[in-house]
Design a protein around this ligand. Structure first.
Ligand SMILES: *[C@@H]1O[C@H](CO)[C@@H](O)[C@H](O)[C@H]1NC(C)=O
Ligand SMILES: *[C@@H]1O[C@H](CO)[C@@H](O)[C@H](O)[C@H]1NC(C)=O
Ligand SMILES: *[C@@H]1O[C@H](CO)[C@@H](O)[C@H](O)[C@H]1NC(C)=O
Ligand SMILES: *[C@@H]1O[C@H](CO)[C@@H](O)[C@H](O)[C@H]1NC(C)=O
Ligand SMILES: *[C@@H]1O[C@H](CO)[C@@H](O)[C@H](O)[C@H]1NC(C)=O
Ligand SMILES: *[C@@H]1O[C@H](CO)[C@@H](O)[C@H](O)[C@H]1NC(C)=O
Length: 551
């Protein structure tokens, strides 16, 4: 692991000021973010490397580990990374989005400090600045179980990370120019599995090897920009065990639709004839299907993978049915997202319902995407920092959108989009999609219960169809064309949290917002202070730090 320094030690110093806890093991990383040239689709192109790796290195952590990760930005543009799905408890300071963090300027560094909690599962990180995500800077992030928390399956023989992307051969600056000039992204040029696509010419190196008769864990994430990717393995089924931090009922699947931003952990047993097999990822819901292959080799294998690839499902009804087959394992002792309270989420009264309707429009020739008529713009001073310094009213307005917008979205306004949430309220959020395109939404800082996805428009009567028993608690939810999705959650994690479209051109062009969750006491028990090393920019540059929160 050249260039990565990992030291595990017991630290007894007061880490709370940094948003990390003392006495739990520390993992230290130093990451050098640079441009480099790779040819993932056979054409040399500029990509973003972390310590010379594309995709970036895996973070392998265990619950309660403190992560100290120093990022050196050697690009020529400001840069930030987010830890998608990792709940930063009390700590939106480490979320790495432009509403909470000043970007790391070229030639400078910033050290993230955060603690991973009992969210045993598979996650990934990626850049949130500009269109950087289109060309690299992403990688896998695991949270393993501490030995005292059993997981509901036997230890696998080995543990593999599979990062999927739809892929463009254009540079991120070219893609950004396209979007800035009012156009939308063209179709991708291909699909990648861990930054590669096997050619099938006999020269491909295997991505993974399996000993015969053993069971392996594969952690599959869609880090792409726009396309749902169907994932499958020739001749093998996959037993789903976990998604985004929840252990699920262990159904067996021939293929999985991985919507943008989602992660799954599956078990695969090497019980077939010893040879090579392709894993396959292909785009969904488009006439023109793009496919990537990667080789899995049996260690005792003789012979190439069959060129005949397993077929992908067709249409989105299949995908909706698959969503409905996902159930939380109520008896598994690990991976409880909210041990404090919302476990019996079906019996908690909803205190607020927010319907978020996405729209696309052209304002002055510029393409903008919006939620309830507001297309989010990041102010120069990050929202969280402005709020902490008491300058919120100089930077943004709270609650500029309505909780229940009228069906017709009128004129779209481009401005910061911030919703004020009451601490610990139990809230229902409906994502309603009147467009013909697929949507996928992610909420930072929380897991939510994904209780329903249905075609049509939402009405309060639809609540009787919610899964109020064993819906999976997760962090990303897809919304099919002309459909809606409902989630339930308790806003018990103080901070400024991003709700964004995972469709990256949509997020980039405004289809996102922030929820501000302040604890009434502004106490250290509920939220950490701004870290000492926080980068400052905009209106707070050079200002003295406000009085810190106390217990
Ligand atoms: C990061 O990589 C660049 C380009 O290879 C190199 O010039 C620089 O010294 C590296 N920085 C660190 C901190 O390793
Ligand atoms: C990841 O961490 C776990 C637990 O700390 C360890 O058992 C495992 O060997 C590590 N895996 C890799 C690939 O480093
Ligand atoms: C930048 O890196 C140095 C170590 O090289 C470290 O001491 C410093 O705290 C880092 N800066 C930030 C803002 O984290
Ligand atoms: C749920 O977890 C329990 C406890 O670990 C396990 O025994 C059981 O097989 C799991 N149930 C299903 C349906 O996957
Ligand atoms: C929920 O609301 C119902 C009806 O308004 C009420 O009877 C019940 O006590 C409430 N439950 C809780 C836990 O507040
Ligand atoms: C946010 O909501 C809380 C509770 O509803 C309220 O007390 C507070 O004044 C609101 N803050 C802003 C800035 O709107």
């Amino acid at each position: 692991m050249a260039g990565v320094m990992i030291i595990v030690l017991l630290c007894l110093s007061a880490g709370t000021m940094l948003g990390v806890q003392g006495e739990d093991p520390y993992l230290f990383f130093t990451w050098n973010v640079t441009y480099g040239t790779r040819s993932p689709l056979g054409v040399p192109q500029q990509v973003i490397l972390i310590n010379n790796q594309f995709p970036g290195p895996n973070i392998n952590s265990t619950s309660n580990n403190n992560i100290v990760l120093n990022v050196f930005n050697n690009l020529d543009e400001p840069f930030l990374l987010t830890w998608s799905g990792v709940q930063q408890r009390k700590n939106s300071w480490q979320d790495g989005v432009l509403g909470t963090n000043c970007p790391i300027l070229p030639g400078t560094n910033f050290t993230y400090h955060f603690q991973v909690k009992d969210q045993i599962g598979s996650y990934f990180y990626y850049p949130t600045t500009g269109m950087h995500r289109a060309v690299g800077g992403f990688g896998g992030l695991r949270i393993n179980s501490r030995l005292l928390i059993p997981v509901p399956y036997a230890d696998p023989e080995d543990d593999y990370t599979v990062i999927l992307n739809d892929w463009h051969t254009k540079s991120h600056t070219a893609l950004q120019k396209l979007l800035d000039s009012g156009r939308s992204l063209a179709r991708p040029d291909g699909v990648l599995i861990n930054g590669k696509n096997a050619q099938g010419d006999g020269k491909d190196e295997p991505l993974f090897t399996m000993k015969p008769g053993k069971t392996y864990k594969y952690r599959i994430c869609n880090a792409g920009l726009k396309n749902t990717l169907n994932f499958r393995i020739q001749g093998h089924t996959m037993k789903l065990v976990e998604m985004e931090g929840s252990h699920v009922v262990q159904n067996v699947y021939e293929s999985l639709d991985v919507h943008v931003g989602q992660c799954f952990s599956v078990l695969v047993t090497s019980n077939q004839a010893p040879k090579d097999y392709y894993m396959v990822a292909s785009t969904r819901f488009n006439k023109q299907v793009l496919t990537a292959k990667g080789i899995i080799r049996y260690t005792n294998g003789k012979g190439p993978a069959s060129p005949e690839l397993p077929e992908a499902p067709v249409g989105w009804a299949w995908s909706l049915n698959q969503f409905r087959s996902f159930r939380w394992n109520l008896t598994a002792s690990a991976a409880r997202p909210n041990p404090q309270g919302s476990y019996h989420y079906g019996s908690i009264n909803i205190t607020r319902t927010i319907k978020l309707v996405n729209s696309a429009s052209r304002e002055g020739g510029k393409l903008r995407y919006a939620l309830n008529g507001v297309s989010h713009v990041d102010p120069e001073t990050p929202l969280k920092i402005a709020e902490y310094y008491g300058l919120a009213d100089k930077v943004f307005k709270y609650n500029t959108i309505q909780d229940m917008p009228s069906t017709k979205i009128g004129k779209v306004v481009s401005q910061p989009n911030v919703l004020n949430q009451t601490f610990r309220n139990f809230v229902e959020i409906i994502f309603e999609n009147h467009e013909k395109s697929m949507q996928s939404y992610h909420l930072d800082g929380y897991s939510f219960f994904a209780v329903a996805i249905e075609p049509g428009t939402w009405t309060p009567e639809k609540r009787k169809n919610y899964n109020l028993l064993d819906a999976v608690s997760r962090t990303t939810i897809q919304v099919f064309p002309k459909s809606w999705a409902a989630i339930l959650l308790t806003f018990d994690n103080a901070g400024m949290w991003n709700v964004r479209s995972e469709m990256w051109e949509r997020a980039y062009l405004g289809q996102q917002l922030y929820v501000s969750v302040l604890s009434p006491e502004l106490s250290l028990r509920d939220e950490y202070n701004i870290p000492d090393n926080a980068l400052l920019c905009g209106k707070v540059k050079g200002l003295p730090k406000p009085k810190p929160y106390t217990i």
